[in-house]
Design a protein around this ligand. Sequence first.
Ligand code: SF4
Length: 376
Amino acid sequence: MRVNWRQIHAARNSYAVLSAACETEGIVIYPVDLPANDVTCYSLNSINEPNYRDEIAHADCITIVGGPHATACYRSIAQYADYVVVGEGEHTLPRLLNNLESGGDGHIPGVATREYYEPARTTVRLDAYPAFSVTKGYIEISRGCPYSCGYCQTPQIFGHCMRHRSIDAIVTAAGRHEQARFVTPNAFAYGSDGIHPRFNKVCNLLKRIRAVGCQQVYFGTFPSEVRPEFVCHESLALVTDYCTNTKLHFGAQSGSNAVLAQLHRGHMVEMVIDAVTLCHDTGITPIVDFIVGFPFETDEDQEKTAELIAWVAQYGLVHAHRFMSLPGTPLAGSRARSLLPETEKLCGKLALAGKLTGSWNEPEIRFMRSPSTDKI
Ligand code: SF4
């Protein structure tokens, strides 16, 4: 049975991870540009899913769809795909492929079809699978998040309990290449419960990565951003002592404490200001994420956000996006509110000055490559 992977730019890291997981079961997955015999796998997010719906529905092969959108909307995806992998794929996808190879009906936990669904009974232990194999990917060091930000799919897919790849396993992956980048909801939370930092664990990790000969270590930049309240003298020293990046990426999301509370962000505006100031004092450029147009944002809330954006831009860079409701999140189904003319004008002015990237009017860009941050 030949198994293919439909190449989609946004899913390139999923291919690195899942092809490595399948390889441990002796299954090779070939990248393709169109579905082909015998099986073609897809990983879709909420933006690109409509682009592949017809292709999957009319594919002349078995189709398997996973990814964040498929996990949140498995019933609707199962209407046009043969199998939907719901949740984490490392354990479920190889099992499904083996089941199909041996003539099974694919009805296994973690898989949905038109007539069947049973939730996965397992949670993936990161050390049980390689970070990547032939195709290099980012090294996922932690998975799961104890927070519940209203717009975010991460805890819905991976749960609220933070799991970590061991230092030995991370070092093994990092030592294979000159440059290492990481995936985690919060790089500074490595080794912790995600709420109470354990910087000694982060320190041990970074020391070991440097010792294994990895020349360029990018930690706390896309796609391993940090949370603002984890930014302190101790954590910044880890970046300056052991890492290549001179920038640090974290989320503010709003300049209004009322909005942050409604989002359940778990931090306040004052912590963002402290983090930006500390970065600046340490010689690190902060890159700060904002989301504009939350459904419940008042004019006054948005003005506070614009004020904070303007302030951050004096010391670093802003990454701004229009709110977009994602399926499976607490804010699913809600609509973005309009932007004030002053907010649009400010974002445009800062973008022209090279201080702001992202799209405050086109939410789709949020899911695409960010040229400025990719090179950090
Ligand atoms: S936005 Fe970050 S901190 Fe909030 S729930 Fe998502 S991963 Fe966790």
